[in-house]
Design a protein around this ligand. Structure first.
Ligand code: GDP
Length: 371
């Protein structure tokens, strides 16, 4: 019988240490069927990072295999990096089949928004993408909030049981949610992207529901994917989110880490008021145009983090572009995989310098400014 890793779903093998699914032959030949490959074992027990490449084609192949047996999709999105959780492969599947959408990391939302407000906002945003899920579950897999709601929703729509196709890009908390649903710490939950390699099935013990866990895809356009693993951990929202509010006039410059440079262009009598949100490990720096130029000329990377010294060189080699944005009151300017700027008093005319590979969009605000 072929044995599979219960962490990542890869087929186990005892021959080649350097290939996927390795486990010492002696363990593999033992009685147990609850086995982890050496890679998952190390991630689970020592937090060790062992990078593995999964291409988009690998992903499509995997999805093609799973689709015919799935009744419903359970898509996981990160509310703190909502647009950074989008990927065309996943959105296309959601446009075509019934789905339940889980919105995770609700514990990190500043201002303690009511779940129904978040659900309405998500519904509207997904509607703009042509997606109408059967239902939306608001959850925090870290705090254990709302995961039983997912279970109830599946049961409600599929009282006779279902094969549930679980989808999500890396880092949204897909593994954490599966672990909560299964009730045991099985899927290899990790702070590092790309840890689930192959689809794997997990049957829930108390219902006729089988979860089919697909690999997490690394989407395009996230700032967090342009830096090293350590900086990635600093940027990905898992701990606290920080907010800093500015009231700035023309030519003030704000750096978000060394990742983004924002120059206020607005020339209004009333200065625009806006708040910047990002992981608390991302530093901000505001200054005037002259000083900003000096700092850049002197290469004062010590002021800006992330990127760290190690990946700053690589980051600088990205093609950098400068673009002008106009953001109205109540709107947000989103840096995928990094954070967002919420405009209280607009319009905010702003010039952004950033790597062309990263994506910036304007959306209707999630965090509405207080009156
Ligand atoms: P996956 O790549 O989608 O499977 O994501 P993981 O389950 O490995 O989680 C990615 C990171 O987000 C880890 O650092 C988790 O601790 C963190 N995380 C997951 N769910 C939550 C949540 O509900 N709240 C917070 N604050 N962090 C979370």
């Amino acid at each position: 019988m072929i044995k599979k890793c219960i962490g990542c779903g890869v087929e186990l093998q005892g021959e080649d240490k350097n290939k996927r699914g390795y486990l010492p032959q002696s363990v593999l030949e033992g009685e147990s069927n609850e086995l982890y490959c050496q890679r998952c074992f190390k991630i689970k027990n020592y937090g060790e990072y062992i990078p593995v490449e999964m291409t988009r084609d690998d992903y499509k192949e995997e999805v093609k295999k799973v689709l015919p047996e799935a009744d419903v999709a359970l898509a996981v999105f990160d509310i703190i990096d909502f647009e950074g959780s989008f990927d065309d492969e996943i959105l296309d599947i959601l446009r075509e089949m019934d789905s339940i959408v889980a919105i995770n990391k609700i514990d990190l939302i500043p201002d303690g928004k009511h779940p129904s407000e978040v659900a309405n906002w998500v519904k509207e945003r997904l509607g703009e993408e042509g997606i109408a899920p059967l239902d939306i579950a608001i959850v925090s897999s870290k705090k254990g909030y709302g995961t039983s709601g997912i279970f109830k929703k599946i049961n409600y729509f599929y009282p006779n049981g279902a094969n549930v196709f679980v989808l999500g890009v890396t880092n949204v908390g897909k593994s954490s949610i599966i672990n909560r649903l299964v009730g045991k710490n099985i899927a290899t939950e990790s702070k590092y992207p790309g840890t689930t390699l192959k689809s794997s099935k997990k049957k829930l013990t108390n219902a006729n529901i089988t979860l089919i866990d697909t690999p997490g895809l690394i989407p395009q356009g996230r700032f967090s994917d342009l830096v090293c693993e350590k900086c990635n951990l600093d940027i990905v929202p898992s701990g606290e989110i920080s907010r800093k509010t500015y009231k700035e006039g023309k030519d003030r410059v704000i750096f978000i880490g060394g990742l983004v440079k924002m120059r206020v262009v607005s020339n209004e009598e009333l200065k625009p008021i806006f708040s910047v949100f990002a992981s608390k490990n991302v530093t901000y720096h505001d200054t005037n145009l002259e000083k900003a130029k000096e700092m850049e000329k002197e290469g004062r990377i010590d002021l800006f983090s992330p990127p760290c010294e190690k990946c700053a060189e690589k980051y600088k080699q990205e093609k950098i572009v400068t673009e002008h944005f106009t953001v109205e009151s109540g709107e947000e300017l989103v840096f995928k995989g990094l954070g967002w700027v919420s405009v209280k008093r607009g319009p905010l005319e702003i010039e952004i310098t950033y790597p062309e590979k990263a994506e910036i969009i304007i959306r209707n605000g999630l965090i509405k400014p207080k009156r």
